[in-house]
Design a protein around this ligand. Structure first.
Ligand code: FAD
Ligand code: NAD
Length: 477
């Protein structure tokens, strides 16, 4: 007889494994089927995020930031250094150990919560059944049954036919996380989050980085003031970002990749040693469901879901990168928790209006809520308060004064509608703004909240004061 579970989850990334833990906490007999294998063929839970995404990229951002700081920023503090060198193999080994520690931690958490972890490939059949094909030779497929099913198979990089990935000279983000040496000239297609974060890593380590971006508008998802400051900062760091650049063709020799692209000046050529294709990600649905399952997949390849993440099949849910909304780990996890609570009879809910976005470059960029342009387009009436890090004591002590905090609040209710930060610690500072918006705070609520001195968070405080023209450490113009 087929094994039966209360809940079966296909995918063990931040959506799937978090859903599994929450289901188990709520007393549901839960299985999590995940197909990821490490280089030795062993299971490695945590999905894209832990294995080839959020975590390894942040490990390399951290290492490269240390190297850059020693070479370029310590002299201002009076610290003299001898010639500093970089050992890429050790840097990569540290990154791999960070990943291993965390993926192992997820396996331990599933075990401790008595979640059945199956290392295999899941395919949704009809009647809430899943065909499970275990990873490894000679192992037999089995069919399991579950009262509820959660699909959480994540996403994959979008490929460009004119720049096919060969995992040698032309790579996707995974390849760019394991270069064995620093490329002299690195080309990147796409100035999105991956292009900027991984471009920063290799630029800091010494590559000449050229980023070709098809759109005319830089970081179109961010507030315009923040995007303008960001472009200036990145270009100042030597990231050669070329906007309105459409890739037309690539050709390769043993040593180089030649890119042909067009921009406002006509057709151009660029030679690079390595090329990273970072033009977005698409939902991973291949092999996920048999036609007979009747699962509805919409035009963009995303699985169709309602507000509660339920698909067109009752009792079958889909979460994370597979469904509408931003492709972010914390969004996937929150959906996992909400679906688990719904299944257990509660009222799971995700507030999509307060999902923070972060770009982990230097300066960091973070935002929550709506941009000034989006609010204008929606005909909202609002007030804006800004505060530069150059006027913040802690930022000056750190010698890290680039950037600003911008708070947008409704002109009548003063309710905070959006917070946009570029500058030191933005990834942590945004949490206060998310909490404020979650509690429907007004700018005055933030302005009347005591912030420790001297901290970067005082810039958030001052921006909140500035909404009503009351910033204390800024001359009113
Ligand atoms: P995934 O994490 O993709 O997990 C899906 C899992 O399902 C995988 O283990 C996969 O092997 C498995 N699977 C797929 N098909 C099947 C099947 N049929 N059967 C069994 N298993 C299957 N987001 C952030 O919020 N912050 C960041 O800093 C960040 N950095 C990133 C950096 C990079 C380089 C990349 C590529 C992504 C980054 N992201 C970041 C995005 C983040 O990784 C994703 O949004 C997140 O991992 C999505 O989680 P998920 O659970 O939906 O899917
Ligand atoms: P993205 O959507 O952020 O950026 C892709 C960029 O490529 C866009 O600017 C797009 O205009 C450009 N582009 C598309 N086709 C092009 C072409 N043919 N030529 C030139 N430019 C082209 O995608 P990404 O950077 O690949 O990241 C994928 C996803 O991963 C994102 O949705 C993001 O949410 C997630 N991610 C998040 C983080 C983070 O939260 N810090 C970090 C990395 C990745």
């Amino acid at each position: 007889m087929a094994k039966s579970y209360d809940v079966a989850i296909i995918g063990g990334g931040p959506g799937g494994y978090v859903a599994a833990i929450r289901c188990a906490q709520l007393g549901l007999n839960t299985a999590c089927i995940d197909g990821w294998s490490d280089e030795k063929g062993k299971p490695s839970l945590g999905g894209t995020c832990l294995n080839i995404g959020c975590i390894p990229s942040k490990a390399l951002l951290e290492s490269s930031e240390h190297y850059h700081r020693i070479n370029h920023e310590l002299a201002a503090h009076g610290i003299q250094t001898q010639k500093v060198s970089i050992d890429i193999a050790t840097m990569m080994q540290r990154k791999d150990e960070v990943v291993k520690g965390l993926t192992g931690g997820v396996a331990m958490l599933l075990k401790a919560n008595k979640v059945t972890h199956i290392h295999g490939h899941g395919c949704l059949l009809d009647g809430r059944q899943i065909k499970v094909t275990p990873v490894g030779k000679g192992k037999k497929s089995e069919t399991i049954h579950a009262q509820h099913i959660i699909l959480a198979t994540g996403s994959q990089p979008v490929e460009l036919a004119i720049a096919p990935i060969d995992n040698a000279q032309i790579v996707d983000s995974s390849g760019a996380l394991k270069f064995a040496s620093v490329p002299k000239r690195l080309g990147i297609i796409g100035s999105g989050v991956i292009g900027l974060e991984l471009g920063s890593v290799w630029r800091r380590l010494g590559s000449e980085v050229v980023i070709l971006e098809a759109q005319e508008e830089f970081l179109s998802m961010a507030d315009r003031d923040i995007a303008r400051d960001a472009l200036k900062a990145y270009r100042g760091q030597g990231l050669d970002i070329r906007m309105g650049a459409r890739l037309l063709a690539t050709s390769q020799t043993k040593k180089q990749v030649t890119l042909t692209y067009s921009d406002s000046n006509g057709e151009q050529q660029l030679e690079v040693d390595r090329l990273v294709v970072a033009v977005g990600r698409r939902p991973a649905t291949e092999g996920l469901c048999a036609a007979a399952s009747g699962l509805l997949i919409n035009g963009g390849g995303f699985i169709h879901v309602d507000e509660q993440c339920e698909t067109n099949l009752p009792g079958v849910y889909a979460i994370g990168d597979l469904v509408r909304g931003p492709m972010l780990a914390h969004k996937a996890s929150e959906e996992g928790v909400a679906v688990a609570e719904t299944i257990a009879g509660g009222s799971g809910h995700v507030n999509y209006d307060t999902i923070p976005s972060v770009i982990y470059t230097n300066p960091e960029i973070a935002w929550v809520g709506r941009s000034e342009a989006a609010l204008k387009a929606a005909g909202e009436s609002f007030n804006v308060g800004t505060f530069p890090f150059a006027a913040n004591g802690r930022a000056r002590a750190m010698n890290s004064t680039k950037g600003q905090v911008k708070i947008i609040a409704h002109s009548e209710t003063d309710r905070i509608l959006g917070v946009h930060i570029i500058g030191p610690g933005a990834s942590e500072l945004i949490a206060e703004a998310v909490l404020a918006m979650e509690f429907s705070a007004s700018a005055e609520d933030l302005a009347r909240t005591v912030h420790a001195h001297p901290t970067l968070s005082e810039a958030v405080h001052e921006a909140a004061l500035a909404v009503s023209g009351a910033a204390l450490h800024q001359v009113k113009r």
